[in-house]
Design a protein around this ligand. Structure first.
Ligand code: C2E
Ligand code: MG
Ligand code: MG
Length: 753
C-alpha cells in the first residue's frame, strides 16, 4: 500500500505536532505536510497532489465555513476532513453541509479514528465525484436530445426539463416547467377530457400495463405532436418526450390521400368508394333507408381523346367532376372509378328521391365543355340502382353499371333504372350462398354420375361427376341454382374439392365393367386459379387410390380465355400428374382455336346448346361441324353434350363425332343407381328418315344490333343478357336471355356477317 498524502492545515504548532505524531504512529504509512494558514494550504495544494486535507477551521487568514468554501471552490475533488474543538459541533455539521466529507474532534483523537476519517473522506469524495459526473452526463444527454423532454413524478408533476424544453419560445410551441402538471403538454381541443389521457397513459406505464405510451394529436396551430411516456427505472416517475411529427403526418396523409383518390380530379377512387359504400350500408341497416348508386359513363369519350387529344379528354373529365360536385351535398360521395366512369352515392334516401337526384345530376352533366375556344358537346349515360342493407357494394355497383349499359344502348345521354328485380335477385343469391355453406358444413353435398358413351354403340366409356346439394328439407338442388353464386363468392373452391374427393373415392370403389370407366370432374375457373390446385388433385388421388389416368378434369372455355397464362401453367402441371383434361362447353367462350394448340388438352366437349340447335339452325350446325373437324385435325377426343334424340345422334355420327352424353342414353344418377344406368345405354344406331330442314327462328335484327353495340362497348355477355331481360326482350325460343345464348348469337351473327 502506498502512503496516504495528507495536508494538515493547522495554525497551532502544538496541535500540528500532536496530529502528525498520531498519524505517523498508525500502522499505515502516511506522509504529512503542515500548512499553518489557508494561503499556505493553497500554495501547497497547487505545488503537489494530495489525497486528503485535514483542516482546522480557525486560521489566521480565514475562519469557519469560509475555509471550507474556499478550498471546495479551488479544489472541488479534494477530500476534506475538518478538525474541530469540543465546542464546535455545530460548525462541524455546517462544514459537512458545505461539502466537507467528515470531521474529527481534537479532544478525542486516536490514530485509528483519524485514519478512518481520512480514508472514509477519500472514499466519499470519490463516490461524490462519480455521482456528480453521472449527473452531468445525464443532464448533457437530456439536453442533447433534440426533442423537448421532461421528467415527471408518479402524479404527473414535472420534476425537470431539458434544454430544448426550456428554450422553446412561448406561444406556438409545447412547453412546460418544473412544477407544472403533465397535462399542460396537451394543447389540442377539449383540454379536460384528452389531457386525462396523458395521466391515464402515465399510470399504465408506471403500473407496467404497457412498456410505453404514445399519444399523437394536432394542436390548433396545425402542428402535430407525439407525446411519448416511458418509465424511469427505479423511480416512480417517467420521461416524457414530445416530438414534432408534423412532417411525417403530412407525408402519411398525402400517401393515404393519393392511394384513395384519383390524381386527375381529386375525387375518391374505387377503393374509397367501396369503403364509403360499406359504411353507408352499415348506416342503412340501422336507419332502414336505402343506398342509391348512380353510375355515369361519358358518351363517346374515346372520340374526344382521339380527335382532340388526351389533354382535352382530361379537361372534360375535370369539368364533369366539378359539375357532379356542384349538384352534390357534403354527405354524398362522388367518385371516379375508372377512365370516364363516375359514381355518385346517396345514403339514406328513398327510391323516388334517388331518381329525382339522378335526373338532376344527368341534367347538370349534359351540355358542352369549352376546349380551346370550341364548344364540345358532352353527355353521359347513367344507370341508377337502389339497395338496402342486404345488398353489397359490389352488387349495387354492378346493377348500376348494367343499368348504365342499358342507357347507353338506348342511345346514351339518358338515365336508366336497374330492374326492380334486383332486390329479389340479391335475396335469392344470399339464400343460395347460405344453402351451399350449410351443405358444406353438414356434408350434404352429393355427386351424381352421367354416363359418357360411344355415339355409334352407346357403350359407356366413362362418367361425368355432377354435384347436387341436398337442402334442409331433403330436396335435391341442381347446380344451375347455385354454381354461379358459389363461384362468385368463392365457395366453389371448398365445394369443388369436396366433389373431387368424393368422386375419386367412389370411382375407386367401383367393380366390374365400371372399374375401367373414366370419371370426369368439373374444375371451376376459380379452382383452376388456386395456387394449390395441383396439390388438391394429387391429394384426392392419393387418398382414394384412383389411377390418375382414370381422372378427367373439365375446365370451361372461359377459364382458359380469362387468364390464359395461369390456366396454361395449372393445366400443364395437372397433366404431369397423369390426369386427362377436357375443355367443357366448347364453343361458348370465344376462345381462339389457337389456344387449343398451346393447351395441354385431351378432349373437347361440344356445348349442349349447339347440339340442341344443330338440326334446326344452320349456324349451330356449322359450329358443331367445325368443332368436330377442328378436334379431329388436332387429334382431340370429342364429346357431344346434351344428346336427347336419335336424330341428333345420327347427325353427330355423320359429322364424325365419337362420344356423347345425354338423356338419350342416361340421365345423371346417384352412385348406387349407376350400374343400372350403365346397363341401359347400349343400343344400335337406327337408320334415320330424312327430314326437311326448318330454319330456326331468327333473332330480332334490332336486338342483334343492340347486342353488338353493347359488346362493342365492352359489356360482358352476362351484362348484355341482363340488359335484354330487363327490357323484356326474349330470345328466339321465347325464353329469357342467358350469357351463353347471347354469346352464341354474337358468334353466329359475326360468323355470317
Ligand atoms: P356441364 O359440366 O356441362 O354438365 C352437363 C350438364 O348437362 C349437367 O347439368 C347435365 O345434367 C346436363 N345434361 C346432360 N345431358 C343432358 C341432356 O340430354 N339434356 C339436357 N337438357 N341436359 C343434359 P347439371 O348437372 O345441372 O350441371 C350443370 C353445370 O353445372 C355443369 O355443366 C357444370 O358446368 C356445373 N357443375 C356441375 N357439377 C359441378 C361441379 O362439381 N363443379 C363445378 N365447378 N361445376 C359443376
Ligand atoms: Mg362438365
Ligand atoms: Mg358442359
Amino acid at each position: 500500500m502506498t502512503g496516504l498524502r495528507v495536508l494538515l492545515v493547522e495554525d497551532s504548532l502544538a496541535d500540528a505536532d500532536l496530529v502528525t505524531a498520531l498519524l505517523e504512529e498508525g500502522r499505515v504509512p502516511v506522509l504529512v505536510e503542515h500548512a499553518p494558514s489557508l494561503s499556505g494550504a493553497l500554495t501547497a495544494l497547487s505545488a503537489a497532489p494530495w489525497d486528503v486535507a485535514l483542516v482546522d477551521l480557525s486560521l489566521p487568514d480565514a475562519w469557519g465555513l469560509d475555509v471550507v468554501e474556499t478550498l471546495r471552490a479551488a479544489y472541488p475533488e479534494l477530500p476534506l476532513v475538518v478538525l474541530t474543538g469540543l465546542e464546535d459541533e455545530t460548525m462541524a455539521l455546517d462544514a459537512l453541509a458545505s461539502g466537507a466529507q467528515d470531521y474529527v474532534s481534537k479532544s478525542e483523537l486516536t490514530p485509528q479514528l483519524v485514519l478512518r476519517a481520512l480514508r472514509y473522506a477519500c472514499e466519499r469524495a470519490r463516490a461524490d465525484a462519480a455521482a456528480r459526473r453521472a449527473a452531468r452526463l445525464s443532464a448533457a444527454l437530456l439536453d442533447g436530445l433534440e426533442a423537448p423532454t421532461c421528467a415527471v413524478d408518479g402524479a404527473g408533476r414535472v420534476l425537470a426539463v431539458n434544454k430544448p424544453m426550456r428554450h422553446q419560445s412561448e406561444g406556438s410551441l409545447l412547453t412546460c416547467e418544473p412544477g407544472d402538471d403533465l397535462s399542460v403538454l396537451w394543447r389540442g381541443e377539449s383540454p379536460e377530457a384528452e389531457a386525462q389521457l396523458l395521466l391515464i397513459g402515465l399510470r399504465d406505464v408506471l403500473e407496467g400495463r404497457r412498456p410505453r405510451f404514445e399519444l399523437e394529436y394536432e394542436a390548433p396551430d396545425d402542428v402535430w405532436w407525439s407525446i411519448r411516456i416511458t418509465p424511469l427505472p427505479a423511480e416512480t416517475g417517467a420521461v416524457v418526450m414530445t416530438v414534432d411529427v408534423t412532417a411525417m403526418k403530412r407525408a402519411q396523409q398525402e400517401l393515404r390521400r393519393a392511394a384513395l383518390h384519383d390524381g386527375l380530379t381529386g375525387l375518391p377512387n374505387r377503393t374509397l368508394l367501396l369503403d364509403r359504400m360499406d359504411q353507408a350500408f352499415v348506416h342503412t341497416a340501422r336507419s332502414g333507408g336505402v343506398v342509391a348508386a348512380l353510375f355515369l359513363d361519358v358518351d363517346r369519350f374515346k372520340g374526344v381523346n382521339d380527335t382532340l387529344g388526351h389533354a382535352a379528354g382530361d379537361r372534360v373529365l375535370v369539368e364533369l367532376s366539378h359539375r357532379l360536385l356542384r349538384v352534390s351535398r357534403a354527405t354524398d360521395t362522388v367518385a371516379r372509378v375508372s377512365g370516364d366512369e363516375f359514381v355518385v352515392v346517396w345514403v339514406d334516401t328513398s327510391e323516388a328521391g334517388a331518381r329525382t337526384r339522378s335526373e338532376r345530376v344527368v341534367a347538370a352533366v349534359n351540355g358542352t365543355v369549352e376546349i380551346e375556344g370550341r364548344e364540345v358537346p358532352v353527355t353521359a349515360s347513367a344507370g341508377l340502382a337502389v339497395g338496402t342493407a342486404e345488398t353489397t357494394a359490389e352488387e349495387l355497383l354492378r346493377a348500376a353499371d348494367e343499368a348504365m349499359y342499358a342507357a347507353k344502348s338506348h342511345g346514351g345521354a339518358r338515365l336508366d333504372m336497374a330492374s326492380t328485380e334486383l332486390r329479389a335477385q340479391m335475396d335469392r343469391r344470399r339464400r343460395v350462398e347460405r344453402l351451399v355453406e350449410e351443405a358444406l358444413e353438414d356434408d350434404r353435398l352429393e355427386v351424381h354420375y352421367q354416363p359418357v358413351v360411344q355415339l355409334a354403340t352407346g357403350r359407356p366409356t366413362g362418367v361425368e361427376a355432377l354435384v347436387r346439394v341436398r337442402d334442409r328439407d331433403g330436396r335435391l338442388v341442381s347446380p344451375g341454382e347455385f354454381i354461379e353464386v358459389a363461384e362468385r363468392v368463392g365457395l366453389i373452391v371448398p365445394m369443388g374439392a369436396a366433389v373431387l374427393d368424393k368422386a375419386c373415392a367412389e370411382a375407386a370403389s367401383w367393380s366390374g365393367n365400371a372399374a375401367a370407366l373414366t370419371v370426369a370432374v368439373n374444375l371451376s375457373t376459380r379452382q383452376l386459379a388456386q395456387p394449390d390446385v395441383v396439390a388438391t388433385v394429387e391429394a384426392s388421388l392419393r387418398r382414394s387410390g384412383l389411377a390418375a389416368d382414370r381422372l378427367v378434369l373439365e375446365v370451361t372455355e372461359s377459364a382458359v380465355v380469362e387468364d390464359a397464362e395461369a390456366a396454361l401453367r395449372a393445366m400443364t402441371a395437372l397433366k404431369e400428374l397423369g390426369v386427362r383434361t377436357a375443355i367443357d362447353d366448347f364453343g361458348t367462350g370465344y376462345s381462339s382455336f389457337l389456344y387449343l394448340k398451346r393447351f395441354p388438352v385431351d378432349l373437347l366437349k361440344i356445348d349442349r346448346s349447339f347440339v340442341a340447335g344443330m338440326l334446326e339452325s344452320p349456324d349451330d350446325a356449322a359450329i358443331v361441324a367445325s368443332v368436330v373437324r377442328l378436334g379431329r385435325d388436332v387429334g382431340l377426343g370429342l364429346i357431344a353434350e346434351g344428346v336427347e334424340t336419335e336424330a341428333q345422334r345420327h347427325r353427330l355420327v355423320q359429322l364424325g363425332c365419337t362420344d356423347a352424353q345425354g338423356y338419350l342414353f342416361a340421365r345423371p344418377v346417384p352412385a348406387d343407381e349407376l350400374a343400372a344406368a350403365l346397363a341401359g345405354t347400349e343400343r344400335p344406331l337406327e337408320p334415320q328418315p330424312l327430314r326437311p330442314r326448318r330454319g330456326r327462328p331468327a333473332v330480332d335484327r334490332a336486338v342483334l344490333a343492340r347486342m353488338h353495340q353493347m359488346y362493342g362497348h365492352g359489356a360482358s355477355t352476362h351484362t348484355i343478357a341482363a340488359v335484354l331481360n330487363g327490357e323484356g326482350a326474349l330470345n328466339p325460343e321465347g325464353r329469357r336471355w342467358h350469357a351463353h345464348t347471347v354469346g352464341r348469337c354474337l358468334a353466329a351473327s359475326s360468323a355470317t356477317a
